[in-house]
Design a protein around this ligand. Structure first.
Ligand code: ADP
Ligand code: MG
Length: 752
């Protein structure tokens, strides 16, 4: 904690400014505002390219005034001043302004002011000015209405600066709001910099690193990022803060790794003639080389008396479950229990069924036997189970009767106790965060071993950032005999006729004895579907851009039951709002091929394993994210039969959201897709609260772009924490880590 940075903002910039900053930006401390960096910088000499400004967004741009005209309003009292502004590609001073302007001139923008007396007098043709407001379009004409503006040619606010130096000075553009312009923020920040003793602000970076990298000193960097004299200034400052961000993050992770490694776990050594050996002997297939290698690593780590903390990445269908099950059996052989945490009820139930099936005679039912090394009891615990079954499962977990407990996040709840929890397996990591991992770890007497599995391939830097506290293993091959999936984009906007083809293709599959999934973004006409937050990028609207209703499970079922080519086909519906018993029954029917066509939401996204399903139709596919689509299609082509996936969309070709679909159709390489996904999505979504461990998102660091910075910081952090686990010698870094991990602390202190 630092006295200066934690100081209330009003102590430095006055009550009034502080009030404004708190109201609009939610910032209350000196440190908060000091670290509120400009998003970009405008070059005073240049004009913004008007053709590139985003619509419907708050923008700040520099442009030259082309014309200025005013007129009285007819219906109301008052006047309108129309100012046409242009960039360098614009037509200069030639065009006709005011009411004759039709907006058809590229590189120009119409700016309207109601009763804009200052605009009328100050925005004379030829002047350059900074404009800030929301870009709207009216009858196809781009415009700004009542924006804030500041004339640049006569900058009155910088006394004593010679004009040439001023012209070179970049204009910082802060993340602004409609009510608080970038330059109002700039002014307040400048005041803060003047009243603050910057040299007393501690530097989280160790001095030797600053020296090695030739970074700016902290005080200098703060000045240059907020008030750069040249472009080089802010670039240098950014470089330093970017590294600082990476080091804080990596040190937090290194500290956590060190803490985890220092804990003492119970070693669960393999036994020669236990369940695992029996299981291996009865396996109907041979393990892939990857499964064998990862299995060996797990065997070794489970045998240590420090906890395993491992992430297992493996493409959809690469056979992660068997690997996990073998680890669980090793722990059971050694007298411990294993818990398998699944993200959804459907998936938990599926795991329960399939693990019991895979175990065959090695799986024992509750009432039959006592503890015996020749079989293991597998139990299921989910939130929606009946009271009696729940009680039994809780009892079995607490007494140690259940060797393997499978469940949803219900496993995290307070009343779940284990007799001796030795291993936690978390399936499909992307829905579980650090906090949940910790909640489950707390249930063991001693820290348990942890295996986290994810089917979403993770680029190296993301693995270092998001899962930096775990060691990583990869299963990079699919078991032999896995058939390829071909994916096709079906664009109904350009080929409306293809709608019928979708269902006749489905019929063909079904006539061959196979099964079909149909996935919809919504459950019913007025429902939000089973969207997992942060996955897809729904606009929140229930209709697409053309006002068309999105496909819903109930709507599509009704439609397909009338569809002549599907006459006689048994169709079922599955979604998250159904009664759990109904869901299980529906899945069981589909698994048994009693139903041929399953219309569902994304509840089938992860892990569902029906070998006979060969085709998947994803309706309004543009509503889903890349990794979600990739996961979904991994449900077909599982049984050695080639799979087909149709991505159906009503979006026009060239629509930005169609790029995701093109990417998914173009490759089945999950790694390439997750790179693409990262590029297309904002990283905040990826490093969101539940995944990053810390609650703040990254400011200057981009996980794809700055791989070198992250790798360097990771190495430095490892060294720092290795020498000094508590970072006692680096109090400023330790404070920055605390701040990163718990930014709400500030607000908390205020209240408390
Ligand atoms: P995922 O990695 O997506 O969780 P699963 O563990 O569900 O994959 O495995 C997918 C299917 O492949 C399962 O039916 C499983 O029994 C089968 N499988 C796993 N390993 C092998 C193997 N070595 N050879 C053949 N089939 C395998
Ligand atoms: Mg799986």
């Amino acid at each position: 904690m630092n006295a200066e940075l934690d100081l209330a903002l009003e102590r430095r910039i006055g009550k009034r400014s502080a009030g404004v900053i708190e109201k609009h930006l939610g910032i209350t401390t000196v440190g908060g505002l000091l670290n509120y960096f400009p998003r970009r910088y405008l070059d005073r000499g240049e004009l913004t390219r008007i053709s590139e400004i985003p619509h419907d967004e708050d923008v700040t741009l520099i442009a030259r005034v082309v014309s200025n005209s005013s007129r009285q309003m007819r219906e109301r009292r008052g006047s309108i001043t129309d100012v046409i502004i242009a960039d360098d590609t614009g037509p200069g001073l030639k065009i006709v302004g005011g009411s004759d302007y039709r907006g058809s001139v590229p590189g120009t923008l119409k700016v309207s002011f109601f009763n804009g007396f200052r605009a009328k007098s100050d925005l004379q043709p030829g002047r350059r000015a900074l404009f800030s407001g929301k870009v709207t379009s009216f009858k196809g004409v781009l415009g700004l209405t009542n924006p804030d503006f500041q004339v640049l040619d006569e900058d009155p606010d910088v006394p004593g600066v010679d004009p040439e130096a001023l012209a070179a000075r970049p204009i910082p553009i802060y993340p602004a709001t409609a009510k608080l312009t970038s330059w109002s923020i700039q002014k307040v920040v400048e005041t803060l910099l003047e009243t603050l003793d910057l040299d007393s602000v501690p530097d989280p970076l160790p001095a030797d690193i600053v020296q090695r990298e030739k970074f700016l000193p902290a005080a200098e960097a703060y000045r240059q990022i907020h008030v750069p004299a040249t472009t080089g200034d802010w670039q240098q400052a950014r470089k330093r803060f970017r590294y600082q961000e990476a080091l804080v993050l990596q040190s937090a992770l290194a500290r956590r790794r060190a803490q985890l490694a220092a804990e003492e776990a119970t070693a669960r050594r393999p036994v020669a003639d236990g369940l695992l050996a029996a299981f291996d002997a009865q396996l109907p297939f041979t393990l892939t080389a990857g499964q064998t290698a990862v299995g060996k690593t797990l065997t070794e780590e489970l045998s240590q008396d420090s906890p395993m903390n491992r992430l297992l990445q493996g493409e959809v269908g690469s056979g992660k479950t068997i690997v996990a099950l073998r680890a669980m059996l090793q722990v059971v052989d050694a007298g411990g229990q294993a818990a398998l945490l699944a993200p959804t009820e459907v998936l938990a139930a599926q795991h329960y069924e399939s693990i019991r099936r895979t175990l065959g005679p090695l799986s024992r039912d509750g009432l039959l036997g006592g503890l015996g090394a020749d079989s293991v009891q597998v139990s299921l615990l989910t939130g929606s189970m009946g009271t009696a079954a729940r009680k039994q499962a809780l009892l079995d977990a607490a007494s140690g009767t259940a060797g393997i407990l499978i469940g949803t996040h219900a496993l995290l709840s307070e009343n779940v106790r284990f007799y001796d929890l030795g291993l936690i397996v978390v399936d499909e990591q992307h829905r579980f965060g650090v906090e949940q991992r910790d909640a489950l770890r707390a249930k063991a007497n001693k820290p348990p071993h942890l295996l986290v599995m994810t089917a979403t391939p993770i680029p190296r830097t993301v693995a270092m950032t998001v899962f930096g506290d775990l060691e990583t293993s990869v299963l990079d091959e699919l078991p032999a005999g896995r058939a390829p999936i071909s994916t096709h984009l079906v664009g109904l906007a350009e080929n409306p006729g293809w709608a019928g083809r979708i269902w006749s293709r489905s019929r063909e599959e079904i006539s061959r004895g196979h099964q079909v999934y149909v996935v919809c973004p919504k459950i019913g006409a007025d429902d939000d579907g089973d969207f997992s937050p942060g996955e897809a990028e729904p606009t929140g609207a229930d209709t697409d851009a053309g006002g068309r209703e999105l496909a819903s499970v109930t709507g599509v079922v009704e439609y397909l039951q009338q569809e002549p080519v599907l006459a006689g086909v048994s169709i079922a519906a599955l979604h998250g709002k159904q009664d759990p018993a109904l869901k299980s029954a529906t899945m069981a029917d589909f698994a048994a091929n009693t139903t041929s066509l399953l219309v569902s939401t994304t509840v089938i996204e992860v892990g569902v394993d029906v070998h006979n399903a060969t085709m998947m139709v994803i309706l309004d596919a543009d509503r889903f994210g890349i990794s979600q689509l990739h996961q979904l299609r991994g449900r077909v082509g599982r049984g050695g039969l080639p799979g087909t996936c149709l991505l159906v969309t009503n979006l026009e070709p060239g629509h930005p959201s169609r790029r995701r679909l093109d990417a998914v159709a173009a490759t089945t390489d999950g790694f390439a897709l997750s790179q693409e996904d990262l590029k297309l999505r904002r990283e905040g979504d990826i490093l969101g609260a539940s995944q990053s461990g810390g609650r703040s998102t990254l400011k200057l660091l981009r996980v794809l772009e700055h791989e070198d910075v992250i790798a360097q910081a990771r190495q430095d952090a490892q060294l720092l924490v290795g020498k000094d686990p508590a970072l006692a010698g680096q109090p400023a870094l330790a404070a920055a880590i605390d701040e990163y991990l718990n930014p709400e602390k500030e607000a908390f202190l205020e209240r408390g």
